[in-house]
Design a protein around this ligand. Structure first.
Ligand code: NAP
Length: 246
């Protein structure tokens, strides 16, 4: 049973009509980068709770979640309307296994995301661990439209700070965007186009993280398996660690 603490919204940043970041002040919340919190509201006499990955680093505050408004959902339309000062329930405890502790060592770390699945990477990359553990880090974010390429100023900091170690590759699938690839992730993996764009090869030293649309995760796992990269499981370590976002 989830135990709850009272949080207060300090900011609701709307990036587009449907994409938004909620910043929430809580008394305390311990988590590892890549994990999620549960957010909840009491709506029409019922407590509606959903898990949301954290974007802020574990030593940072307030808590921050990057969300999409799902029009048919019960919680996200209400979260979308919250304003600074509004109350929200936050779980006492974090959960989830999409953390670097679960990822074996390697030469390169490929962080592949669609949509809001970029969230956990933003938290992980704000910690020291990935920069200490991997010689090359690639953040690849697939979105429909250019305006959905969010958190660009944060990403720019890493581009400046780690020019040799870090590559950011946007993918925009529904309109032209300079510097972005245009095909979906599984196709880009299958054709080798992502490797060419990143100037890196999928090989024995590669660790891949996958997060976002469940079908994207399934299809990327299949493409990566073709290349000999197998799923990373606790009982059987491999090269691909994945999180289905819904
Ligand atoms: P999206 O905005 O549909 O897509 C983001 C990127 O992922 C786009 O580049 C898209 O390419 C690509 N993509 C979509 N399906 C793919 C697949 N099967 N394989 C590879 N790439 C794929 O965002 P989304 O994150 O996929 O979400 C889709 C819808 O699901 C949203 O409109 C949202 O309402 C809903 N959603 C629900 C929840 C939930 O918790 N229930 C959470 C997140 C999103 P294309 O442009 O080619 O499609």
């Amino acid at each position: 049973m989830a135990r709850w603490q009272q949080g207060t919204v300090v900011e609701n940043q709307h990036w587009t009509d449907t994409l938004f970041s909620l910043r929430i002040e809580v008394e305390s919340f311990a988590f590892a980068a890549g994990q999620f919190a549960k957010l909840a509201l009491d709506l029409e006499g019922e407590r509606i709770a959903r898990p949301f990955s954290l974007v802020n680093p574990p030593d940072g505050s307030p808590l921050e979640c990057y969300l999409v408004l799902v029009p048919t959902g019960r919680l996200s339309p209400v979260l979308h309307r919250l304003q600074a000062g509004d109350a929200i329930l936050v779980s006492q405890q974090s959960a989830g296994f999409f953390t670097l502790d679960e990822v074996p060592n390697g030469d390169s770390l490929w962080m592949l995301a669609s949509g809001t699945g970029v969230g956990p990477y933003l938290s992980i990359l704000q910690t020291d661990t990935p920069w200490q553990r991997f010689a090359r880090i690639h953040l690849v974010h697939s979105v429909r439209r250019t305006k959905e390429l969010v958190y660009r100023s944060l990403i720019h900091v890493w581009q400046q700070r780690y020019p040799e170690q870090f590559r950011y590759q946007p993918i925009v699938t529904r309109e032209p965007c300079e510097g972005a690839l245009t095909q979906r992730l599984p196709a880009l993996l299958g054709s080798g186009a992502l490797e060419r764009a990143l100037g890196d090869r999928l090989g024995a030293g590669t660790q891949v993280m996958l997060c976002g649309n469940p079908q994207m995760v399934t299809d990327c796992l299949a493409e990566l398996a073709q290349r000999g990269l197998k799923k990373n499981l606790r009982r059987s370590p491999g090269q691909v660690t994945s999180e289905r976002y819904w």
